[in-house]
Design a protein around this ligand. Structure first.
Ligand SMILES: NC(=O)CC[C@H](N)C(=O)O
Length: 509
C-alpha cells in the first residue's frame, strides 16, 4: 500500500502561526484534489473540538480537518492535555479521558506508551489519506525537554516528514531564531529541515530581501514563503494567547465575558463578537466588570475552583447585583453550573474542594460524575422558555463537554431538549431559564453559533436599551474563509519547491 506523503510545520517558538499555516496547507492540498488529513501528536489546550463520533481533540486539528474537507477523527490529535489544577491535567487519549496526572506521572507512566500510540495513528492516517499535514508544538530546540519530545522531531521521524521551520517576523529576531533553532538540532534532525516560512510579514519586501539571501546562504536552505500578516481570517486557533489579542471597540451593546482562570471553549463567543454593535469584553483579574448589558460566565475545566475564584475576587456579588438591576446573565456549561444553588463534587472529579454554593441565580444544582459527556447535538428550545426567541428559531445545534449533571428545581424552567447526540436519537432536557429569558444557561457550547438565536438575543438586549433592531447579515461561510486563507497563503508559497520536497511531482498552477 502506498503511504501518504507528509509535510510538517514546526516553529521557532509558540504562536508563530503554525496552526493557521497547517490549516492553509490542508485546504491548498484539498483544492489540488488530494485526500488530506491533519495531525498533531499532542496538544495542550482547554478549547477542544468534538468529533462527529463524540471524541475530544484540539480545536486546531478540528478546524484543519474541516479545511481539508474530511471528518475529524481522534487519530488526528491522539493526545490532548487539559490543565485542570496547578500541577495536574486531564489527559485525553484518543478522544476520551484517560486519567488526571501530574507532569511527573505523565512523563513516567504515560510517555513511553505515547510513542507507540503516535506511531499507530500516523500509520493509520498515512494508509487512509494521500497527504498528512503535521503540526509541531512550541519549538523543537528546547534542549531541556528533548528526551520527552513526542510532538516535534520524534513525530517527524515517525511520519518520515520533511520539516518546514516557521518564524514570526512581527515579533522580530527572525533570523537569529531560525539559525539558532537549526544550530541546536542534532545533525539527523537538522537534515529533516527543508526550508523556512517567514510568517506574519507586514513590511517592505525589498527591505527583507537581503535577509532572505543571508538565510539561504548561511543555512543552505530555501525560504519557501514569506506569508503576510493575515487579519480577520475568522479561523479558530486554540492558543489561549489569542484570547488576550481580542480587541474590543466602543459599541452599543456591552457584553462582559468572565475570563475564568480555566476558561474553556471561548470560541463560543466568536460569532457574538462579530455581531454588529456588540462588543465582547473579557474581564480578567484586575479588570473592572462595570455595568455591562449582559454578563456571560463561560465554560471552565474546573467549575468549582473557578467558582471560588469568582467569590474571592468579589465577582460573585457583582454579578448577582447586576442581575438584580436587570442585566442579562448567561452561563455556558461550567458557567451554567455556577449560576445554580449548589454544586456537589462527591468524587472530587473537579477539585479537592468538595461541595460549594453557587450564585443562586438559577434554581438548579449540579453533581459532578466521573463519566464525561462529549457529543455533538441537535436540540430544540422549549416553547415559551425564552420570551425573546422567535418560535421559528428554536432548532439549534451545539456540543457538550462536561461531567456535571444538573437537576432543575421548581422555580426554573428547562431550556431545551436534546434530540440527537453523536448521531443517536435521544430525548434529554438541558439548561434552565428564569425571568422569561433574562437569566439562562445550558451545557451546550456553540449556542451563539446559531445565527437566528444569536440575533434574537442581541435584539432583546437592544430592545431593553431602547435601541432599534439590527439584522445579523450572514458573513462569509467557513468554506469561503478556508478558501480565502488557502489562496492568500498559496500566493506567497513556492509551490513548485514544496511539491518537489514532498515528492508530489510537478506542480502545475
Ligand atoms: N466545558 C465545561 O465548561 C465543563 C464544565 C465542568 N468542568 C464539567 O465537566 O461539567
Amino acid at each position: 500500500m502506498t503511504q501518504a506523503k507528509t509535510i510538517m510545520i514546526q516553529g521557532t517558538s509558540s504562536h508563530v502561526g503554525k496552526s493557521l499555516l497547517c490549516t492553509a496547507l490542508c485546504r491548498i492540498f484539498k483544492q489540488e484534489g488530494y485526500r488530506v488529513a491533519p495531525f498533531k501528536a499532542q496538544n495542550m489546550a482547554l478549547n477542544s473540538y468534538v468529533t462527529p463520533d463524540g471524541g475530544e481533540i484540539g480545536r486546531a486539528q478540528g478546524a484543519q480537518a474541516d479545511a481539508a474537507g474530511t471528518p475529524a477523527t481522534v487519530k488526528m490529535n491522539p493526545i490532548l492535555i487539559k490543565p485542570k489544577q496547578d500541577l495536574h491535567a486531564q489527559i485525553i487519549v484518543l478522544g476520551k479521558p484517560l486519567a488526571d496526572m501530574s507532569a511527573r506521572e505523565y512523563r513516567q507512566s504515560f510517555l513511553p506508551e505515547a510513542v507507540t500510540l503516535v506511531e499507530q495513528c500516523i500509520d493509520e492516517l498515512r494508509n487512509q489519506y494521500e497527504i498528512v499535514v503535521i503540526e509541531g508544538a512550541g519549538s523543537p530546540a528546547e534542549v531541556n525537554l528533548k528526551d520527552r519530545d513526542i510532538v516535534n522531531m520524534r513525530t517527524a521521524m515517525l511520519a518520515d516528514a520533511p520539516v518546514i521551520l516557521a518564524a514570526d517576523i512581527d515579533r522580530g529576531g527572525v533570523f537569529a531564531s531560525l539559525v539558532g533553532t537549526l544550530e541546536l538540532l542534532e545533525a539527523h534532525e537538522r537534515q529533516r529541515v527543508v526550508g523556512f516560512i517567514i510568517n506574519k510579514f507586514r513590511g517592505d519586501f525589498e527591505l527583507l530581501r537581503p535577509g532572505l539571501e543571508f538565510l539561504e546562504e548561511r543555512t543552505g536552505r530555501p525560504v519557501l514563503g514569506v506569508v503576510p500578516y493575515l487579519h480577520n481570517h475568522g479561523i479558530e486557533q486554540e492558543d489561549s494567547v489569542s484570547l488576550s489579542e481580542k480587541v474590543v471597540g466602543q459599541s452599543e451593546i456591552d457584553v462582559a465575558v468572565i475570563k475564568l482562570p480555566r476558561i474553556s471553549n471561548f470560541t463560543d463567543f466568536d460569532s457574538l463578537s462579530s455581531f454588529p454593535g456588540v462588543s465582547v469584553r473579557y474581564v480578567g483579574p484586575g479588570d473592572q466588570l462595570g455595568v455591562p448589558d449582559a454578563v456571560i460566565i463561560p465554560g471552565t475545566k474546573n467549575t468549582i475552583d473557578d467558582l471560588y475564584y469568582l467569590k474571592e475576587k468579589g465577582l460573585e456579588q457583582e454579578i448577582v447585583a447586576l442581575a438584580q438591576r436587570g442585566a442579562a446573565i448567561v452561563g455556558i456549561c461550567g458557567g451554567y453550573q455556577m449560576l445554580g444553588k449548589m454544586l456537589y463534587d462527591p468524587w472530587g472529579t473537579e477539585a479537592a474542594k468538595g461541595n460549594c454554593p453557587g450564585l443562586g441565580l438559577l434554581d438548579i444544582s449540579t453533581t459532578f460524575f466521573a463519566e464525561k459527556q462529549t457529543h455533538r447535538c441537535k436540540a430544540i428550545i422549549d416553547p415559551g422558555s425564552l420570551s425573546w426567541l422567535d418560535s421559528s428559531h428554536a432548532e439549534i445545534q451545539g456540543y457538550e463537554i462536561h461531567t456535571g449533571q444538573v437537576e432543575v428545581g421548581s422555580q426554573a424552567q428547562p431550556l431545551l431538549c436534546i434530540l440527537e447526540r453523536s448521531g443517536a436519537e435521544v430525548e434529554i432536557t438541558d439548561g434552565a431559564v428564569q425571568g422569561g429569558g433574562k437569566v439562562f444557561g445550558t451545557h451546550l457550547h456553540g449556542l451563539f453559533d446559531n445565527p437566528s438565536l444569536l440575533s434574537d438575543w442581541v435584539n432583546f438586549l437592544r430592545h431593553n436599551k431602547g435601541l432599534p433592531r439590527v439584522e445579523f447579515k450572514k458573513g462569509s461561510t467557513k468554506e469561503d474563509k478556508y478558501d480565502k486563507l488557502a489562496n492568500q497563503v498559496r500566493e506567497h508559497l513556492d509551490m513548485e519547491k514544496l511539491y518537489r520536497i514532498m515528492g508530489l511531482g510537478e506542480y502545475t498552477p
